[in-house]
Ligand binder design. Structure first.
Ligand code: FUB
Length: 479
């Protein structure tokens, strides 16, 4: 049976409507992939009309999305992030987090996300100080067909102190959500995480330098027990953003902690949702580029675990405007979590007939290849790939070329004195699908070339510099 061997250091997993296939460290069975791809198309075909195509990291590409809490409801992935915005005139702290509302997003394939719009805004919550722009990390859980959205915000002066945590209730994950008139009594904190155990007992966790935990009443709106500090977590270096989940009888408390310079994601385990917890290790190291916060959630979807986290991709100079990312996450046999190395490629399959943003690469040649923003004054326009040296390349994993012969390829690129690039399959010296001559010129231009050796199915795409002057490539698309 035909198979493709993929280099061992890519970490790419493929989401296939109910099935995930390990691409790395394994051989991909192409027949199986074709079957699962067709299944994916059949299942998602009906909803493709209403969605925006936004694969790769960051996953939401038209606004900032921090603190991503992901939850699976009714077989779909829902993303409840907080919504960073650049500080408006009326918000005096230009160097601080600034958030006035929440959106919710959903996806069936983790590649195409629908923005369902604003679900809660500071203007419409009776207890929230509507000038505080403090709608920080939220969570959402379902109980008995109702959706409970938990969010922290500054309380109005006179009605309490600092941060309260409120609840807004809906009949559907997309809303409409109706905020409760008051925040949960007895809580002063941020970053709520709500967990319902198998016996039906609900717990709320939150932070205020330390991690706190308490039982919630069945109505999900009031505390059943007084919050206590969960003492096993570091008292030195900020700890926040608790996220608790259960897997195979183990309760995992995962949290960002500043051990050194900036937050890294750590975890501890217990056999009880209220601990005591035992420290087990690091899930994700500190940001290599200094984004001070990292906020996360872990979720299993169709047999694969994912880590949702954030990074300041669209705001490299100001780390309080962040964007949600997703990478696959794996457990060892003994229940410990393997460290996740952040990727640009993220998760999901990319269709060959859409624009393939190769700057979200899986691998890059050690020399002669780099990425840069297309427009530094509007980062949401995305990035371009710069290929300068001969044989410099980028590899973009898991592109679906489909089953029908594709005849040509379009490349949006610029090259001052002109250059030739090659599109190869599966490895940097893999078969040449097409050669594209980028004409001399300063501006990006679409050039079309014929495909000489079409291959069906899912492959990794490699774009290599053959010769000529440096090239800037925006996207590649097959027809
Ligand atoms: O987004 C504001 C705050 O930054 C969150 O509440 C923290 O977890 C950190 O990500």
């Amino acid at each position: 049976m035909a198979s493709v061997k993929i280099s061992p250091n890519g970490g790419q997993f493929v989401f296939l409507s109910g099935i995930t296939e390990v691409i790395n460290r394994n051989h991909i069975n192409l027949k199986k992939m074709k079957y699962y791809r067709n299944l994916l198309l059949a299942v998602t075909g009906a909803c493709l009309l209403a969605i925006t195509v936004n694969g790769q990291n960051p996953v939401i590409r038209d606004q900032f999305t921090a603190d991503p809490t992901a939850r699976v409801f009714n077989g779909k992935m829902y993303l409840f992030p907080s919504h960073d915005i650049p500080a408006p005139e009326k918000f005096p702290r230009k160097d601080w987090f600034c958030m006035e509302d929440y959106h919710v997003f959903s996806s069936s394939n983790l590649t195409d996300w629908t923005d369902h719009g604003v679900i809660v805004t500071q203007e419409k919550v009776p207890w929230v100080n509507a000038e505080s722009f403090s709608m920080w990390a939220p969570d959402c859980v379902e109980r008995n067909g109702k959706y409970y959205f938990y969010f922290p915000a500054n309380v109005k002066s006179g009605s309490g102190r600092g941060f309260g945590i409120g609840v807004a209730v809906a009949d559907k994950p997309e809303g409409p959500y109706v905020p409760q008139p008051t925040p949960i009594a007895g809580i002063n904190g941020i970053d709520p995480c709500v967990f319902i155990d198998k016996d039906g007992q609900a717990y709320i966790y939150y932070s205020m330098n330390r991690i706190f935990g308490a039982k919630l009443k069945e109505n999900m709106l009031e505390l059943e027990t007084k919050p206590v500090v969960l003492n096993e977590f570091p008292a030195k270096g900020l700890v926040e953003g608790p996220f608790l989940f259960e897997r195979k009888g183990i309760y995992y408390m995962t949290y960002p902690h500043v051990e050194n310079q900036t937050e890294r994601l750590e975890y501890a385990i217990s056999d009880n949702p209220m601990g005591p917890f035992k420290y087990k290790g690091v899930i994700m190291d500190e940001s290599p580029t200094g984004c001070w916060t990292n906020h996360h959630s872990l979720v299993e979807y169709n047999g694969q675990w994912y880590l949702f986290y954030h990074h300041n991709d669209y705001s490299p100079k100001f780390d309080k405007n962040r964007s949600a990312r997703i990478d696959s996450l794996f457990f060892n046999e003994d229940g410990t979590i393997r460290k996740v190395i952040p990727t640009l490629r993220g998760v999901g399959i990319t269709n060959a007939t859409g624009k393939i943003e190769i700057d979200r690469y899986s691998h890059i040649s050690p020399k002669g290849a780099s990425i840069a923003l297309l427009d530094t004054s509007n980062t949401f326009k995305g990035w371009k790939t710069l290929l300068s040296g001969q044989n410099a390349w980028v590899q973009y994993n898991t592109v679906d070329f489909g089953s029908k012969k594709l005849k040509s390829v379009q490349v949006n690129a610029a090259s001052l004195s002109g250059s030739t690039i090659q599109l190869r399959l599966d490895k940097p010296d893999g078969i040449i699908l097409a050669e594209v001559k980028i004409p001399a010129g300063k501006e990006m231009k679409i050039t079309e070339s014929r495909i000489s050796k079409f291959q069906k199915g899912i492959h990794h795409l490699i774009v290599t510099m053959k010769d000529g002057s440096p090239a800037e490539i925006d996207w590649v698309k097959f027809k």
